[in-house]
Design a protein around this ligand. Sequence first.
Ligand code: NAG
Ligand code: NAG
Ligand code: NAG
Ligand code: NAG
Ligand code: NAG
Ligand code: NAG
Ligand code: NAG
Ligand code: NAG
Ligand code: NAG
Ligand code: NAG
Length: 790
Amino acid sequence: MQILPSLNMFLGLSKLLFLSTIAAHSSASSSSFDPLQYVDPLIGTSNGGHVFAGASLPFSMAKAGPDSDYDNAGGFSTDSGSIMGFSHMHDSGTGGSPSLGLFPIFPHPNCTNDDVTQCAYSSPNRNTGYAGDSLTAKPGYFGLTLFNGVQVEITVTNHTALYRFTFDPNVQYNSPVILVDLGDLPQSRASGTAVVDPTSGQLLVSGTFGPSFGSGSYASYACIDFAGAGIRNTGTFFGDEVALQPDNTTQAVGGYASAPAAGAWTQFAGPVRNELLVRVGLSFISNENACSNGQSEIPNFDFDATYEAAKEAWTEKLNVISVKPGGASDDLQTSFWSGLYRSMLSPQDYTGQNPLWQSDEPYYDSYYCIWDSFRSVHPLLTLIDPYSQSRMVRSLVDIYRNEGYLPDCRMSLCKGFTQGGSNADIVITDAYIKGIPDVDWDTAYEAIVKDAEVEPDNWSVEGRGNLDSWHNLGYVPSHDDDPNTSGFMTGSISRTVEYAYNDFCIATMANKTGNSADYSKYLGRAQNWKNIFNNDTTSSINGVDTGFVGFFQPKYNNGSWGTQDPIFCSPLLDFTSCYLFEENYETYEGSVWLYTFFVPQDMGDLITTLGGKGSFTSRLSYLHDSGLLYIGDEQAFLPVYQFHYAGRPSLSTKQAHTYIPSQFNNSNSGIPGNDDSGAMGSFESLSMMGIWPVAGQDVYLISPPFFEEVSITNALTGKVATIRNLNFDSSYTNIYIQNITRDGQPWTNNWISHDFFLNGGTLEITLGDSESSWGTNTEDLPPSLTPYTF
Ligand SMILES: *[C@@H]1O[C@H](CO)[C@@H](O)[C@H](O)[C@H]1NC(C)=O
Ligand SMILES: *[C@@H]1O[C@H](CO)[C@@H](O)[C@H](O)[C@H]1NC(C)=O
Ligand SMILES: *[C@@H]1O[C@H](CO)[C@@H](O)[C@H](O)[C@H]1NC(C)=O
Ligand SMILES: *[C@@H]1O[C@H](CO)[C@@H](O)[C@H](O)[C@H]1NC(C)=O
Ligand SMILES: *[C@@H]1O[C@H](CO)[C@@H](O)[C@H](O)[C@H]1NC(C)=O
Ligand SMILES: *[C@@H]1O[C@H](CO)[C@@H](O)[C@H](O)[C@H]1NC(C)=O
Ligand SMILES: *[C@@H]1O[C@H](CO)[C@@H](O)[C@H](O)[C@H]1NC(C)=O
Ligand SMILES: *[C@@H]1O[C@H](CO)[C@@H](O)[C@H](O)[C@H]1NC(C)=O
Ligand SMILES: *[C@@H]1O[C@H](CO)[C@@H](O)[C@H](O)[C@H]1NC(C)=O
Ligand SMILES: *[C@@H]1O[C@H](CO)[C@@H](O)[C@H](O)[C@H]1NC(C)=O
């Protein structure tokens, strides 16, 4: 359902309008609070959300679930009624191109005439529908019943998937076949091998595949063991050609590349209790390692105990937050808890599974992508799971140590595509200023400085390009001639504003570590956004002047201006023209209109530049109200809250309520764009908690929570921070802050810093039904490089 073929290449979008059904998910409220009752993993499985809905642990490598026959970027989509198989590793929320989904298995309860050669082995021949009312998705569990009568239940540990297949006892020729296919979702296989053991029925598979949004290749392995039935027959298949085990020796297929379906199978004598357990151990190291992962993590094939442990792991993650709903609907609570849940699917903990280098540091993968996740996923994790955030930052630093650069995107042990600046700089600085422990900050600092100073061979997959121009001219020129190295010469405006903010983050870290030379150098470059601002540029929509003057504009390296209509690549003009690898655009996945607001380091100067706070406020309102802004892509998040900088926090609040729940809700199509590893979910949940983090700064913009009260326990200090609304009304008439007290004292800043969460305390917000003077004075505004002039 993509508009352009190349759209498949993209993250950050898939915004295509599917007809969608809105399923109602209701959950009973109970007195002893269980956050899992409010998690619905199916949110975002329709309308291009591409959310992974299957069974997962927090940040686990094993993510097992069904794979649909189309729109299967997250594996399962409620827009498709047909299942190709069940695979064991996925990425969540990718922008169009599917990821992973290796080695799907498929259960046949019987074969025609009881003849094993007459079962369907390849996809699409084997694809089967399922009973809609059998769908059950919960944290750590996924279930459905296939039209062939097999009830499928799935749970996982960190590196192992466990399937429980229950067969209809009345089925004719009850003699199930479980096959494993050597394919993957992106159909990237370059080689593969399948071996079946005739005695145990064990299936060993391996293959070489390509990443879904990056370059290179990776090898992967699985080890499939069974419990619950005797072996009747074993064999291999190629396409739909079946080879039976000729004798009792091990049989293998392999040595071929992508082409048709191929794999191996085991047929069982009628299962003893009509139930067969299938354990899939996973590895990026070897088949032996895959088998030992399965054996050590699920030694007894105990499905219920495995699911119970998964529930406990999720409960523990979510229990650091508590909510007093104050009458807020179950639907909103479901949106909230599900958004938090989705923010903890990735990055994935592949520690011990990285064949690329030896290290004692943690290794996380599926940073998919940092361009999407730096804004709210990582700040959310810093808030609710600082120890995981610490391991992720350590892993980023270790990737730098071993590969020479920090990634901007990474999946399946490969380098992913860079979409703008080097935004790991922001993740590192954000973690540093918020006191994330156990990181080698000297090396982290060295890594972000290298991003700013040394061009990599290919800046499409790491670092930054056009650095000589950046250093000497102070901007990324349109169609720059960079003789040093290479990369895609696109997005000169979006890269300029992102590089400026990346450098501001370096300056911040330099300042805190007492490096004043670096501080002044990078602070200078943090102002480079001014070099592409043209004070005379106007903007019309359908020939009608919007009245707003002054926008970023493409600039050549000889200093003369290029052109790009400020509304180009907004929903109002050629929306889909600014994706990666398109040659003729200067903004990435968004318009000049949108990018003109991306100066989070110096809002004082930006507001002055755009004509003062009145003019800034009407321009920002126009962005939201005119149809120019698409809220389903991550750059749209900060502009929801930027009214704070003009002393109008109530307009940010109003805007947040405009998008939630109309664009972010608990239906299967309840996110406006692909989730990008929980980015949409984290926007939604942070918004509902009433704290918008300005990533890279020690700043949370305050807006009232959507609940009467929210508390967060900090794992580092054990302290509890509570944000409480007084006069809360769940119909959201009283949404405007009248005043705030922090621990009993008036709090007039319209922002707060991380020390509140580290030290604990209470922020008490008095609400009213109209805008007040709270947070509107110049001294109430968030930090800015240049002082506000109003
Ligand atoms: C799974 O991995 C996480 C770290 O990502 C770890 O904290 C947890 O203990 C692991 N679970 C088990 C059962 O080993
Ligand atoms: C398997 O058994 C069921 C129930 O008896 C029957 O309806 C179905 O046709 C059989 N399938 C095949 C492929 O023989
Ligand atoms: C740079 O990497 C991109 C993405 O993998 C690739 O398409 C391009 O060919 C590479 N350029 C060079 C010069 O290797
Ligand atoms: C294969 O194994 C079965 C069961 O162990 C045995 O009955 C049969 O003789 C063996 N066949 C061959 C060819 O070794
Ligand atoms: C580009 O190449 C020139 C000549 O080798 C070198 O002096 C310069 O440092 C390089 N620039 C960057 C940013 O790597
Ligand atoms: C850090 O920033 C402050 C405020 O701009 C400045 O006064 C101070 O000199 C800086 N310190 C260093 C070491 O750069
Ligand atoms: C600057 O470069 C652009 C693009 O190559 C060219 O179109 C323009 O004429 C040049 N302007 C000047 C003043 O040389
Ligand atoms: C840019 O234009 C605005 C009015 O549109 C004006 O207030 C401002 O001073 C101008 N800035 C410069 C640098 O000319
Ligand atoms: C839920 O969100 C989706 C996606 O943004 C939107 O299309 C739909 O209209 C929303 N549903 C409701 C009931 O607001
Ligand atoms: C906060 O605002 C409410 C409603 O306007 C008012 O009753 C209360 O006195 C105010 N409290 C403070 C500390 O200003």
